[in-house]
Design a protein around this ligand. Structure first.
Ligand code: PMM
Length: 282
């Protein structure tokens, strides 16, 4: 059964919910609500990874996330810490996090893999081609599926060399990271190949720009104001969450271990429908 990782961003500037949960109490309440709604893992992050976002000092990041990690872990949730900084990962594991979610796959901070290895935590290694200020410039692929799977295999080897066995590794193709527009659909079509590498796989499509682009095109194609300014109106969150629930089901069918989402309820219901369809409910 595909699990749900609920997103708890404690940031002023994440692209879809930045600023809403910067206050620790609000973030904790939000995390508990996602847990109650069916999230098996709560992913707490204190640094936005949105394209062009400035880096955050690890001390500031820790001030944001540690109270939230501590409270959610104490409440019995499985917590992952979304960070590229080894120091933050170590502090979060000490505060109760069980998974380190590094969008750079251990590439941003040379201390990360040794630190994770020593901590005993599990680790998400995401496909990454450089910091958010540079990642689109590096989004050139001759064969995206082969390059993403090959680079992820390289991260599994790097983790093993640091003493992290593949059963502690979770791979992620990194939707929106070093991939533009249609390249994200190519990465999703490559999910089965990523799953075939062996470790568990996580995928995060939630509210991402490629979905907004698709839905904008779909509205225009349906003739809803294509020729006027409303054609360029932003796609609202409810539509993005519906599209996210659909991608979550398709990812589940490709065999992923978990999907990382903002709207846990919508994805929980969509996954339940898919399970019933395939005879897995009740
Ligand atoms: N996406 C974001 C942040 N962290 N971690 C993993 N493993 N996979 C992702 O796709 C991912 C991530 C960016 O989204 P957010 O700003 O809404 O959290």
């Amino acid at each position: 059964m595909t699990l749900i990782m609920g997103i708890v961003n404690v940031t002023p500037d994440s692209f879809s919910d930045g600023g809403r949960y910067l206050d620790a109490d609000a973030a904790i309440a939000h995390g508990l609500a996602l847990h109650a709604a069916g999230a098996a893992v709560l992913d707490v992050g204190g640094e936005s990874t949105r394209p062009g976002a400035p880096p955050v000092d690890p001390a500031v990041e820790q001030q944001r996330v540690l109270p939230v990690v501590t409270a959610l872990a104490a409440a019995g949730a499985v917590v992952s810490i979304d960070t590229m900084h080894a120091a933050t990962a170590v502090a979060a594991v000490a505060a109760g996090a069980r998974i380190v979610n590094d969008v750079s796959g251990g590439l941003a901070d040379p201390e990360m893999l040794p630190a994770v290895s020593a901590s005993g935590a599990e680790v998400v290694l995401q496909h990454w081609r450089g910091p958010s200020t540079e990642m689109y410039a590096r989004a050139d692929y001759a064969d995206l599926a082969a390059e993403v799977t090959g680079e992820l295999e390289g991260r599994v080897r790097a983790a093993a060399a640091a003493g992290i066995s593949p059963d502690r590794v979770i791979l992620d193709p990194g939707i929106g990271f070093g991939k533009r527009g249609a390249q994200n659909w190519q990465a999703l079509r490559a999910l089965e190949r990523v799953v075939a590498l062996g470790p568990r796989v996580l995928v995060g499509t939630s509210r991402k720009r490629f979905l907004a682009e698709l839905l904008t095109d779909a509205s225009a194609a349906a003739g809803s104001g294509a020729a006027d300014a409303s054609a360029a109106a932003p796609v609202d969150t409810a539509r993005l969450d519906l599209a996210t629930a659909v991608t979550s089901v398709l990812a589940a069918q490709a065999g992923v271990w978990a999907v990382r989402v903002h709207d846990v309820g919508a994805t929980r219901d969509a996954l339940a429908v898919a399970r019933a369809w395939s005879g897995g409910a009740g």
